[in-house]
Every structure is written in structure tokens, then in C-alpha cells.
Write a protein that binds this ligand. Structure first.
Ligand code: AMP
Length: 225
């Protein structure tokens, strides 16, 4: 184990030790940017949305309970989500990027009791841009890969490039569910911006993927110096 936390100047091929959160409204690009961060800095990426969708797809009793909530755009209970996330964090004490958690102040308190977060990335995107992005989003019915009809279309319309399975609108990307999720974001998740003010890295999430990644990486490198 390398000593201490002050190893951020290590070459990029080497994994860095850091615990990061990425927050932002639906379709702000959290998953895409978190993936890039994970690859670039060599840390695992955990997405609560992906964990929940995997449980839902398994068809377990828990999965059915989860599906009833997430398909309506409702949050799952704080304790349930924490029990799902905790084993992953425990398995990687050296660090990770967590995407989709916390989503409420209560969830942040549960997390803060267990670990010390280094930085919190906020992807700032106005609601109208989120709605426009969500309406074009399509998900592979088999592997879960996400496409966008305008920004990252599949090679063949309606078919996943990776496994040839059909694409569909995510169950919680319907206009009614999106309205509920954005309202919840402003009411319950946005207060995290003040909660983590001292650790916050605010990024304009409106430009394209590459442009956002360039500013995000520069800001994170500066924060890690
Ligand atoms: P996402 O893929 O991050 O948009 O998450 C999809 C859905 O999973 C959300 O709309 C919620 O229903 C549920 N979910 C994900 N993360 C959490 C969380 N931290 N707390 C409660 N519900 C969550």
C-alpha cells in the first residue's frame, strides 16, 4: 500500500487514491464523465442507477420492488440503496467514483459517517437541456449501453452496436417520470451543493462530451495538485 493520500502527482498509468462523487440532474452526463474519470485515473466507477437496473433485470423479489419505484421516477428508500452501495465501497478502500449517490442529505450523512470524500463534481445543466437530451436517449434492452439519437446514434437504427439487441426508451425516461425526477433533483439532491460546498468542483455540463471532459479533467488535476 502506498503511503498517505498525497500521491496525486503519480503518473497517470498508476491508480490514484481518491474518493469522488459526481452529482447533477438527469442526463447531465454523470455516467459518461464518471466512466472517463474511472479509466483516466484508474479507479472503479459505481453507478447506483446501474446497480438498481441490474437487480431489476435479475427478476428477484427485491428487483420487482425496485422496478415499481424506479419506473415511476421515484427514489428507492435510503437504507435499501445504502445496503446496495456499501459492499462495493468496502471492497475498494483505496477509492472510487460514485455516480447517483448520494441523492438526499440523509444519504450524504450516512456516507459521511463512513468515509471521507475528497472531491464532489457537479455537472451544471439547465432543465430544458436535460429534457432535450432525455427525449433522444435510448438504452440497449440486453447490455444496457446508452445511445442518443442525435449525439451518439447507433450505426443501425434501433439496434445496439455491441450486441445487436433492440434499443428502447428507458422506462423512467417517459415525460411524466422525467418531470418527477427533475423536481426531486431540485428539492432533494440540489441541497447537496451547499452540503459539500468546501469540496465542490463545478463544471458547465452544457457543451459536448469532449469539451466537458477537457474542463473536468483540468479542474480535477488542479484540485489534486
Ligand atoms: P439514474 O440512472 O442515476 O438516473 O437512476 C435511475 C433511478 O434509480 C432513479 O430515478 C431512482 O429511482 C433510482 N436511484 C438511483 N440512485 C438512487 C439513490 N441514491 N437514491 C434513491 N434512488 C436512486
Amino acid at each position: 500500500m502506498r503511503g498517505g493520500r498525497k500521491i496525486y502527482k503519480a503518473p497517470l498509468q498508476e491508480s490514484l487514491e481518491m474518493k469522488l462523487l459526481i452529482i447533477g440532474p438527469q442526463a447531465s452526463g454523470k455516467g459518461t464523465q464518471a466512466n472517463r474519470i474511472a479509466k483516466h485515473y484508474g479507479i472503479p466507477h459505481f453507478s447506483t442507477g446501474d446497480l438498481l437496473r441490474a437487480e431489476k433485470a435479475s427478476g428477484s423479489a427485491l428487483g420487482r420492488e425496485i422496478a415499481a419505484r424506479i419506473d415511476q421516477g421515484e427514489m428507492v428508500p435510503d437504507e435499501l440503496i445504502w445496503n446496495m452501495v456499501k459492499p462495493h465501497l468496502d471492497a475498494h478502500p483505496e477509492g472510487w467514483i460514485l455516480d447517483g449517490y448520494p441523492r438526499t442529505i440523509r444519504q450524504a450523512e450516512i456516507l459521511d459517517d463512513e468515509v471521507s470524500i475528497d472531491h464532489v463534481i457537479l455537472l451544471d445543466v439547465p432543465d430544458e437541456v436535460c429534457i432535450e437530451r432525455i427525449s433522444g436517449r435510448r438504452i440497449c434492452t440486453r447490455c444496457g449501453h446508452i445511445y442518443h439519437l442525435k449525439y451518439s446514434p447507433p450505426r443501425r437504427e434501433g439496434v445496439c452496436d455491441l450486441d445487436g439487441a433492440p434499443l428502447k426508451l428507458r422506462a423512467d425516461d417517459t415525460p411524466a417520470a422525467v418531470k418527477k425526477r427533475l423536481a426531486d433533483y431540485h428539492l432533494k439532491t440540489a441541497p447537496l451543493i451547499d452540503h459539500y460546498a468546501a469540496k465542490l468542483i463545478r463544471i458547465d455540463g452544457r457543451p459536448g462530451i469532449e469539451e466537458v471532459w477537457t474542463s473536468l479533467r483540468a479542474a480535477l488535476d488542479t484540485a489534486l495538485e
